[in-house]
Unconditional design. Structure first.
Length: 265
């Protein structure tokens, strides 16, 4: 049976690249970090839950079939000083970041009319402001070290369309899409590309309860493929955007959603 590393090694040129993933302690981020390690990257896995990152490190680094390696760094993306300190340590320990997967995010139910300021601010701070700050600091490091870089921002189909009950989340993800275009425009001259992935529904800690509910099942059934995605169905787009196979792509937003964005709600 072909392993992920065989597939990736043969086609995507990522060996030895330093790839930083935010929100690598669960869900999509944990999966992205694993896939990049399979592809030969030196993965910087970041999140607040340190013990989870350490468990992932042990799993990856003990697997002799995995070409790359994984290095945990505790990071709260809402703390700019923490971002600066982690990036500084990474540059010293492993070298400058070449691939950023800007993935950390939170999902909160909120209706526009009665959304409370505290929750709205939390969502904007984590999903929008922190995405900007992590990307900006990484891009500064890439420029300083003359690194050819790829920034992959994790948006959402809700950045492209709206759904009741996810007001602040949808706004924060629309901002991620627009900031991806801004980054692409201004960073191309430094050989840094920026693209966004807009996932549809993938069952993770953030939404599994909702997806299992009647309301969640209804939403899934409205999309053409009538199911949620499997994490492995994000591998292709991740490796494409991370590697030079996509070197003429920048400023794009790619839905991976089983057709969700073309369905009627
Ligand atoms: N699942 C989906 O269907 C779906 C769809 C579209 C987009 N997305 C996006 O995909 C990304 C990952 O979501 P997920 O579904 O994988 O959710 P998840 O399993 O809840 O993972 C969220 C990750 O973000 C990290 N995080 C949250 N706040 C953080 C902070 N202040 N500092 C550092 N890390 C923080 C969490 O780590 P710690 O708590 O350990 O810090 C965790 O690793 C999010 O941006 C989400 O909006 C998900």
């Amino acid at each position: 049976m072909a392993t992920t590393s065989t597939l990736a090694d043969n086609y995507f040129e990522l060996s030895g690249q330093v790839a930083l993933v935010t929100g690598a302690s669960s869900g999509l981020g944990r999966h992205f970090a694993t896939i990049l390690a399979h592809a030969g990257c030196t993965v910087v896995a970041t999140a607040r839950r340190e013990e989870r990152l350490q468990a992932l490190r042990d799993k990856i680094n003990q697997d002799t079939d995995i070409a790359g390696s994984l290095h945990p760094y505790t990071l709260d993306v809402t703390e700019p000083d923490n971002i600066n300190a982690v990036l500084q340590s990474v540059a010293t320990d492993l070298g400058p970041v070449a691939v950023l997967v800007n993935n950390a995010g939170i999902g909160k139910t909120s209706f526009f009319l009665d959304a409370d300021d505290k929750t709205t601010n939390e969502v904007i701070e984590t999903n929008q402001q922190a995405v900007w700050q992590v990307a900006q600091r990484c891009a500064q490091q890439m420029v300083e070290h003359h690194v050819t870089g790829s920034i992959i921002n994790i948006a959402s189909v809700l950045g492209l369309r709206v759904l009741t009950g996810a007001a602040s989340y949808a706004v924060s993800k629309a901002a991620v899409i627009q900031m991806t275009k801004v980054m692409a425009l201004e960073l191309a001259r430094y050989n840094i590309r920026a693209n966004a992935i807009a996932p549809g529904y993938f069952s993770t800690e953030m939404n599994s309860e909702f997806l299992d509910s009647d309301a969640g099942q209804k939403i899934l059934k409205r999309a053409p493929m009538r199911r949620h995605g499997e994490l492995s169905e994000l591998d292709g787009i991740l490796l494409l955007l991370a590697s030079t196979r996509s070197r003429y792509m920048t400023g794009t937003v790619i839905p991976v959603d089983g057709g969700h964005t073309i369905s009627s709600l």
